[in-house]
Design a protein around this ligand. Structure first.
Ligand SMILES: NC(=O)c1ccc[n+]([C@@H]2O[C@H](COP(=O)([O-])OP(=O)(O)OC[C@H]3O[C@@H](n4cnc5c(N)ncnc54)[C@H](O)[C@@H]3O)[C@@H](O)[C@H]2O)c1
Length: 447
């Protein structure tokens, strides 16, 4: 008798939780208030749930609670109205984690100095959750990671308690697909993968995300969802490597790679454009493929295509330096002693994120080569190179004119490229940002 009642109790708990999710009666905690966690928390709160953010960084906690944003494409007003209407708050401790029904984890998953996955943030968050675990908790990992993390690493930690997955608590993985700065695809209209350890877990997670995302897709297990995320970003990495290498060959044979890509893009099926550049940056494209190659190495499987793509992309900052040497050479100048202005330090246009940015590597390398380097970025006030602070320079005619070459590394929309061309001695354009400007073409060298 008892044996048949126990599964039924689990069933009833899950059904009750589903009802409470649909009625938006559950309270939600989002752990990690970064590029992923903050917009996610706002979207959940906007849709009618009560949400609490948790972050160890007290500055972020204070800023959000005061209604201030630290991500350029999130408005203060959007945060303020939710805070004042008591829809959200942020804490820098886990003290009352028992009070939340749904816990979403959005902490970093970087790599170690040996290019191995660093799950320390995830493990720390899970260990803390374990101390507060109660029945009916629904826990979802959103951080990007290798297949097997949810069921082989997280589940055993949570299972050290008296609680059983799928019966007492529910666990799954749902990869974040945020594209920082993209105003067309936001959280609501970006389809979302969900997966759970058991079918009940998957159904609960599906129900939860369906309350604030238009299109939610169930995968049959957590490994599929984890591997899908790695596929999505490795796909970008490999295709960027392809066009980066194509740009090198086009340079050898004197063909404009940008026009080649524009021409190929006229094909309405079987092709999508990727663009060359000075290298890849951010928390995803350079790092996620390393999670894949690391996992492959565990099985003695050489993921050669990804390895070579990483090599090609990581070498692009060196290519930029070498091309710059050639450009200066044509004016009878050496890189050593040359004055170089770098435009755009963030890894992507119109955002401030400098993590893994090729601009930092180029700045450092140029300095090592004896150049006098400065930079401007409307989104990045200061950078640290070899423990020395450098401040974004205000652009004016004199400063540009005084430089031997201006290098466009990130094509922020706010730049007046015609004015930059007019006032620069020479411009090395690694992003094709100057393509629509008819004048001063003789000053431009493109990647
Ligand atoms: N940035 C993106 O565009 C993007 C897109 C898709 C997926 N992802 C993935 O999402 C995850 C988070 O990325 P992000 O860009 O938001 O990182 P982030 O560094 O911007 O933010 C992470 C936040 O987590 C906090 N944190 C770290 N450990 C914590 C802990 N134990 N408890 C509470 N807070 C903690 C940090 O203080 C930080 O504020 C990563 O796995 C990343 O790969 C990122």
């Amino acid at each position: 008798m008892i044996i048949t009642i126990i599964p039924m109790l689990g069933e009833m708990c899950a059904m009750k939780l589903i009802e409470r999710i649909k009625n938006k009666e559950v309270s939600v905690a989002v752990i990690g208030m970064g590029y992923v966690g903050l917009p996610l928390m706002l979207r959940i709160a906007e849709s009618g749930f009560k949400v609490t953010g948790i972050d160890l960084d007290i500055n972020k906690v204070n800023m959000i609670n005061q209604g201030n944003s630290y991500i350029e494409y999130i408005n203060d007003e959007d945060i303020k109205s939710l805070v004042t209407n008591n829809r959200l708050d942020v804490k820098n401790n886990y003290n009352i984690l028992e009070e939340y029904d749904v816990i979403i984890i959005c902490v970093p998953t970087p790599i170690t100095i040996n290019n191995k996955p660093d799950l320390s943030y995830v493990k720390q968050a899970i260990e803390t959750i374990t101390n507060h675990l109660r029945s009916n908790h629904l826990i979802v990992l959103e951080s990007t990671t290798f297949p097997g993390t949810t069921d082989e690493i997280i589940l055993p930690i949570l299972s050290q308690t008296e609680f059983k997955v799928g019966k007492d608590f529910f666990l799954g993985f749902s990869p974040e697909r945020v594209d920082p700065g993209n105003i067309k695809y936001e959280i609501k209209n970006t389809s979302k993968l969900v997966s759970g350890i058991t079918e009940k877990c998957t159904n609960l997670i599906y129900t939860f995300y369906s309350q604030f995302i238009d299109d939610v897709y169930k995968t049959s297990n957590t490994k599929i969802a984890e591997m899908s995320k790695l596929l999505e970003n490795t796909f970008r990495n490999v295709n960027i490597a392809l066009v980066n290498q194509l740009s090198l060959f086009c340079n050898v044979v004197g063909i404009d790679v940008w026009e080649v890509i524009e021409a190929a893009s006229t094909k309405s099926f079987g092709y999508m454009p990727f663009y060359p550049g000075p290298g890849i940056g951010g928390h995803c494209i350079p790092i996620d493929p390393l999670y894949l190659t690391w996992k492959a190495n565990e099985y003695d499987f050489l993921f050669s295509l990804v390895e070579i793509s990483n090599y090609i992309n990581n070498n692009m900052p060196n290519i930029v330096i070498n091309r710059l040497k050639d450009i200066l050479n044509n004016f009878g100048k050496a890189l050593s002693g040359a004055k170089i202005m770098l435009l755009g330090m963030s890894y992507k246009k119109n955002i401030s994120d400098i993590r893994e940015s090729p601009g930092l590597k180029i700045f450092k390398q140029l300095q090592k080569n004896g150049a006098s380097v400065m930079y401007n970025d409307p989104f990045v006030d200061e950078i640290d190179i070899d423990n020395k602070k450098h401040i974004s320079q205000n652009l004016n005619e004199n400063i540009l004119n005084d430089c031997d070459c201006t290098v466009i590394l990130t094509s922020h929309s706010s730049y007046d490229y015609k004015w930059i061309l007019k006032n620069s001695t020479a411009v090395f354009d690694t992003r094709n940002a100057t393509k629509d400007i008819k004048q001063y073409r003789e000053k431009i060298v493109k990647l």
